[in-house]
Ligand binder design. Structure first.
Ligand code: TPP
Length: 359
């Protein structure tokens, strides 16, 4: 069913790692350092993701949302943004968070259930992960509109999945953005499923991108496993928003290789042949490495050296996150109610009397 969606999209690098006609000029225009940066970030993100799943299995972090398969969509889009842009992620955007400047240790802290994992360092314009589906969309539109009213140059990006397009927040956000010309980018990673619900049960239109027409702005569909194409499409959407030409809806067609979260079993609802095709033939990192090697920009030794460095960075981040002092149990009561009722007051008091330490 995902196969049926693969019509009329932007693709610069084929699954076999070859440049398409459209891809050649984009590739020539990019400096080598940017080409290598794409590879380095995708590798770091993938190794972080694999390690997180191991940590979850060892009971060292809580339920985790894997992203393997979506590295090109996340890295390619995030690298087209600048520090003044506002990012509104869902719970699967660890790659986007890293590029925005969120330290790896803080991303681990988030998955350990720590409030410290939500607060971006000063100057990092990345919101905490939004778990209630699509709620980040109107917030992103609001931030974009505010920037426009203030005469700032920044754009806002809402990251969400195909499932989010069924929520009212998506339609309200798009409608408002279209009417007011807000400098916002709606970046949908269509990974084919909302937990177990396939895209064909999510939408009566064949694509997400075509929905933009109803709101009066551009929608574009891109091979989300092709980092070169994703980056270029996002770069153009950002330039358009900065120039005051309004929003864009980008549909990056991709696939989550693993389960929805570590609490899910995707084997129960996805055909094995479909998974095999995406995993073995369409992987975003494998195809890009093939291209870099064919172009003489990456060797096996470079690859090994970079993977070793990523592992060191990840180890260090885990050590930092695990050495953080335990949170007071009273944190349970923070950031939930503006005004406490008698039950919350009593429970908090009991908690303080009990020593107030979690664990
Ligand atoms: C408002 C709301 N309804 C339901 C849920 C339960 N839920 C968690 S993830 C999810 C599926 C989301 O799918 P999609 O938007 O495609 O993103 P993906 O997980 O595939 O990245 C649902 C329904 C939720 N978190 N929030």
């Amino acid at each position: 069913m995902i196969g049926q969606l693969e019509k009329e999209w932007v693709q610069y690098v084929t699954p076999q790692g070859q440049l398409t006609d459209m891809g050649v000029s984009c590739w020539r225009a990019l400096p080598d350092e940017s080409k290598l940066q794409f590879y380095r970030w995708m590798t770091l993100v993938r190794l972080f993701d694999r390690r997180s799943i191991l940590l979850q299995r060892q009971g060292r972090i809580g339920t985790y949302a894997p992203l393997e398969g979506q590295e090109a969509a996340q890295v390619g889009s995030a690298l087209a943004l600048s520090r003044e842009d506002w990012i509104f992620p869902s719970y699967r955007e660890h790659g986007v968070q890293m590029i925005a400047g969120m330290p790896l240790s803080q991303i681990f802290l988030y998955w350990m259930g720590r409030v410290e994992g939500c607060k971006a360092p000063e100057g990092v314009r990345c919101m905490p992960p939004y778990v209630p589906i699509a709620t980040q969309i109107p917030h992103a539109v609001g931030a974009a509109w505010a920037a426009k009213l203030k005469g700032e140059d920044s754009v806002a990006v809402a990251y969400f999945g195909d499932g989010a397009t069924s929520e009212g927040d998506f339609h309200e956000g798009c409608n408002f953005a279209g009417v007011f010309g807000a400098p916002v980018i709606f970046f949908c990673q269509n990974n084919g499923y909302a937990i177990s619900v396939p895209f064909s049960r999510q939408s009566a239109t064949k694509t997400v991108a075509e929905k933009a027409a109803a709101y009066g702005f551009d929608g574009i569909r891109v091979d989300g496993n092709d980092i070169l194409a994703v980056h270029d499409v996002m770069r153009q959407a950002v330039a358009k928003a900065r120039a005051g030409k309004g929003p864009t809806l980008i549909e990056a067609v991709t696939y989550r290789k693993g389960s929805h979260t570590t609490a899910d079993d995707a084997k129960r609802y996805r055909p094995e042949t479909e998974v095999r095709e995406w995993v073995q033939q369409k992987d975003p990192l494998v195809r890009y490495v093939q291209l870099l090697k064919a172009e003489g920009l990456l060797s096996d030794a470079d690859e090994q050296a970079w993977e070793a460095e990523c592992k060191e960075r990840i180890d260090l981040a885990i050590r930092e996150a695990e050495s953080a002092s335990p949170p007071p149990a009273t944190h349970l009561f923070e950031h939930v109610y503006a005004n406490w009722g008698p039950n919350e007051r009593r429970q908090r008091q009991q908690c303080e009397q009990g020593g107030g330490q979690a664990r």
